[in-house]
Design a protein around this ligand. Structure first.
Ligand code: AP5
Length: 215
């Protein structure tokens, strides 16, 4: 089963992808995570992407397509992929279609997570992440069970993303509406789009995503 989670920054793509990894053994391919790894790796790509990401602009299609292509090569025998934050442009969507075809794979569903802008701002500005394992928390809606200790790995060091501020978020939202939202029509025309309400408790959203996967 190969699915895309499509939605604006803060829609809950990473949160729901993580659950699908744990509950269904799918492999999460998050281009945001790959790019964050790249920027700390000291490579040329890392240096190129850091400033772009901090501003909230999109990294070039060439870079993200090559990152996804590498990851697909290494993981093809698993239960399937969750594409989280990819594709984000029509060129990326065409490239994904070609990549999957070349590996005799198909896309099963594109799940659009709809969340209004006001909720997105609240989600993004309250987000923090375990520095050790990357588990995602929120100041209000998802605190660790034990104060200051990550539920997943027990780590006690947490960070906030450099692009999780109101100015970068404005740019990220603009990039979403300008470059990524045309994918809604693209996948609708291919009869692969399923629209879900991304508002509500994390468990409620997970149940809606699960219902899509159960068909
Ligand atoms: P990326 O890392 O993909 O960021 P994003 O798309 O902006 O999405 P986020 O990770 O911010 O949000 P999310 O939907 O995963 O929400 P989350 O589950 O964390 O990309 C970052 C940058 O990398 C881009 O700006 C760009 O520069 C570059 N990039 C990445 N991919 C690219 C590509 N393909 N092409 C070009 N450039 C690319 O949830 C957010 C918060 O809300 C959390 O605190 C969570 O706990 C909370 N939350 C989640 N669900 C709920 C709920 N139902 N109710 C209440 N709170 C909730």
């Amino acid at each position: 089963m190969n699915i895309i989670l499509l939605g604006p920054p803060g829609a809950g793509k990473g949160t729901q992808a993580h659950r699908l990894v744990v509950e269904r053994g799918l492999v999460q391919l998050s281009t945001g995570d790959m790019l964050r790894d790249a920027r700390t790796s000291g490579t040329e790509v890392g240096a190129q992407v850091a400033a772009v990401m901090d501003r909230g602009d999109l990294v070039t299609d060439e870079i993200v397509i090559s990152l996804i292509s590498e990851k697909l090569d290494g993981n093809i025998s698993g239960n399937g992929f969750i594409f989280d934050g990819f594709p984000r442009t029509l060129a990326q969507a065409d490239a994904l279609s070609d990549l999957l075809k070349s590996k005799e794979q198909a896309l099963d569903a594109v799940i659009e997570m709809k969340v209004d802008d006001e909720a997105l701002v609240a989600r993004i500005t309250g987000r923090y992440t375990c520095s050790n394992c990357g588990a995602v928390y929120h100041d209000v809606t998802k605190k660790p069970t034990k104060d200051g200790k990550c539920d997943t790995c027990g780590g006690s060091d947490f960070t906030r993303r450099a692009d999780d501020n109101e100015e970068s978020l404005r740019t990220r939202l603009m990039a979403y509406y300008r470059d990524t939202s045309p994918l809604i029509g693209y996948y609708y025309a291919k009869d692969q789009l399923v629209r879900t309400d991304g508002l509500g408790e994390i468990d409620e959203v997970a149940a809606r995503v699960g219902a899509v996967l159960e068909g």
